[in-house]
Ligand binder design. Structure first.
Ligand SMILES: [Fe+2]
Length: 269
């Protein structure tokens, strides 16, 4: 886990699990129900659905950490760094949806031979589009120094799209689980390779991936996903931890986790 020491979270202090609720993985649900699925027993669809939850939870933790800290950020240096943090969140969201629309969904639809199987999910991307654009515009103007930062305004913008956005993140999971009935049609190892290729090799190494890493809680659900997620290979992971993440440490101080995935207090919560 590296040498970084972290204190346990301060009880009663807001963290990145509010106000928007994190999603439960099918993996956790199955184990709670006593249906102890080991990684070997998991179908491809089941594993992919669980992995999608973990990715969505990075996005939700990121949004929460912005939401709870925004009103308390005042100093110009903090504001500037916070804009970088917000920018990185939006970049992760855009890349995630772009990858789904361009690579992941078409790949799955082609494999199962059902055109438009994922269409509902793509339609939902459009529903929160305007809210996300308002967020992007705000961050852009902020980074350019054209506006005075207002944390309450940030919350208002998030409130304008959050419920439909979170609903979408939730509803995508059953769509993946339902792919179970096409298990023999989908080449899941090829799917995983394509996802990894798109997310890591073609991802943004400066802001997007570092943001995702510091929004991944390795202790989530009792740590049952450690070892399977995130599935960034060792060498690139070391590069992120020791080269890319240190480049913008000033922005990652707003993050809910260390670069090793250990939860930490949010400094402005
Ligand atoms: Fe997704």
């Amino acid at each position: 886990m590296g040498s970084s020491q972290t204190k346990p979270l301060t009880p009663g202090r807001k963290w990145a699990d509010v106000p928007f609720q994190l999603l439960e993985t099918p993996r956790k649900k199955a184990r709670t129900a006593g249906d102890m699925k080991t990684a070997k027993e998991e179908t491809g669809a089941f594993a992919a659905a669980s992995e999608m939850v973990l990715i969505h939870n990075m996005i939700i933790r990121g949004l929460n950490s912005i939401y709870v800290q925004a009103p308390n950020i005042k100093e110009p240096k903090d504001v500037q760094d916070f804009f970088t943090y917000m920018y990185s969140w939006a970049l992760l969201v855009h890349m995630h949806h772009h990858n789904e629309e361009e690579v992941i969904f078409p790949l799955l639809e082609k494999a199962i031979g059902v055109d438009g199987y994922m269409e509902k999910n793509v339609d939902q991307h459009k529903l929160f589009g305007p809210g996300l654009t308002a967020f992007d515009d705000y961050v852009k103007a902020g980074k350019a120094g054209e506006i005075q930062f207002d944390g309450v305004k940030v919350q208002t913008i998030i409130d304008s799209f959050a419920s439909i956005f979170i609903e979408h993140l939730k509803e995508e999971i059953p769509t993946f689980l339902a792919l179970d009935k096409y298990e023999n049609k989908i080449d899941w190892p090829a799917y995983n390779a394509a996802v990894l290729e798109k997310a890591v090799k073609k991802g943004d190494t400066e802001f997007e991936i570092p943001f995702a890493i510091v929004n991944q809680d390795m202790t989530f659900e009792g740590g049952i996903h450690a070892g399977t997620f995130p599935d960034i290979p060792l060498i690139p992971m070391l590069l992120f931890k020791h080269w890319f993440i240190p480049k913008h440490l000033e922005a990652w101080r707003f993050a809910p986790c260390t670069r090793h995935g250990i939860p930490q207090d949010l400094p402005f919560a």
